[in-house]
Structures are given as C-alpha cells and as structure tokens.
Design a protein around this ligand. Structure first.
Ligand SMILES: [Zn+2]
Length: 223
C-alpha cells in the first residue's frame, strides 16, 4: 500500500513539473529529460491542459551558447539575478558536476529549477531569459567549464563570468559606473554562498576593457 502511495506521489510530482515546464515554453525534449516522462505522455499532457498564459514553445534545438548570458549588460544583470536565486534554491549543485548535462536533470532538481525560474519571473515579469535559457544557465554553472561563479571585487556579490569572454572583475551592476542609482542588486545581497564561488577573479585585471565592452554590449542583439 505504501509503495503504491509513493509511486502515485512521484507520478503526481512528475506531471506537475511537466505542466509547469510546458507553461514556461519548455521543449518536449527538455520536459522528457527532466521528468522522465515519455514524449507521448508529455504531448498528451500539453494538449489536454491548454493554458491562455502559456509561453509559446520555440521549435528547433534547445539553446546551447553560454556566451548568451553575458552578451549585453541587461542580460548579464538578469543572469546574475537568476543565478543568485538558483543558488539560494539549490538548483545549482554545491560542487562542480562535470557531466551536468546528463546527470543534473531529475525530478527534485527540476522542481528547484522551476521554483527559481518562477521567482525570477515574479521579480522581473518581462525578464529576458527564457526557461530554456535558464536550463542552460543552470547546467553551465553546474559544470563550471565555460561559465564560472566569482565575487564582484566592488560589492562582493556573486557574479557570472565567462572563461572565454572579457574578464570582468566587477559585476554588471558595478560597471561601468560603480554604484548606479538604481540597484536591483540589493534584492539579492548580503547572503552567504555555498561552495563553488571563486574567491578571487583570476586573470581579472582588464579594467580598461569595461568601457569598450559596454559599447559593444549596447549594440548587441537580444535573442
Ligand atoms: Zn558588484
């Protein structure tokens, strides 16, 4: 009796997670991977529960470019916000997970990911980062191969750095003009972070780069 109750509960959670992911525009393949439900079940679920608020699902492959998160100042700021929330929700593992693409997806982590994404969207209803990109961000930060976590040398908040991109030492809220008047960053300040945040920003001495880079970021296009 107990076993069937547990199975029922696990199934209920999988369907709830699947519906939430579908609501946020996740691709069928993504929902399959995170819930363990079959493609057929997810398609049936998607058709059975139409929702007027559902984000339209994009066709094609899921996003795969980690450079996306830092390609404009606005995106870098939102990536920092979402990262902060995901760390708080333990959607990002404490220790590095080199094979996160394969081993991170699962029911419990998926529930945390959805919670983090929904908080991000509650704070920023017109947020730039799609759910599929949020999945990519969490996987990239679990692997810590291209995207890494570091502390801003000005405000000490946790920030995202791209190993292959400009090596900023200050977070997108502190550059190019330290301490702008509007500081959404305050929302996620003054918290202790778990392991995996770099204490020192290695190679990060290119202050002169910021000004040039800000200009480049202004002209870059949002996906
Ligand atoms: Zn900062």
């Amino acid at each position: 009796m107990r076993l069937s109750d547990d199975r029922y509960e696990a199934d209920r959670r999988k369907y709830t997670l699947a519906l939430s992911m579908i609501e946020h525009g996740a691709r069928i393949g993504t929902v399959t991977q995170w819930t363990g439900l079959s493609k057929y079940r997810i398609q049936t679920l998607s058709q059975s529960y139409e929702s007027p608020t559902r984000t339209r699902r994009k066709r094609g492959e899921s996003p795969s470019q980690p450079a996306y998160f830092l390609r404009s100042l606005a995106l870098a700021r939102e990536s920092m916000a979402l990262t902060y929330i995901a760390l708080q929700m333990h959607a990002i593992p404490e220790t590095r997970m080199p094979d996160a693409r394969a081993s991170l997806p699962g029911l419990v982590r998926g529930e945390r990911l959805i919670s983090a994404f929904e908080i991000y969207r509650a704070l920023l209803p017109d947020g730039l980062i799609s759910f599929e990109h949020a999945v990519l961000l969490i996987i990239e930060l679990a692997e810590r191969r291209t995207l890494l976590l570091a502390h801003c040398e000005s405000c000490r908040d946790v920030m995202v750095i791209d190993r292959l991109g400009p090596q900023h030492t200050m977070c997108p809220f502190c550059r190019p003009h330290p301490r702008a008047t509007v500081e959404p960053g305050r929302l996620w300040r003054q918290q202790q972070f778990h392991q995996g945040v770099e204490e020192h920003n290695e190679n990060g001495t290119q202050h002169g780069h910021d000004e040039h880079d800000a200009g480049r970021e202004m002209t870059s296009r949002h996906e």
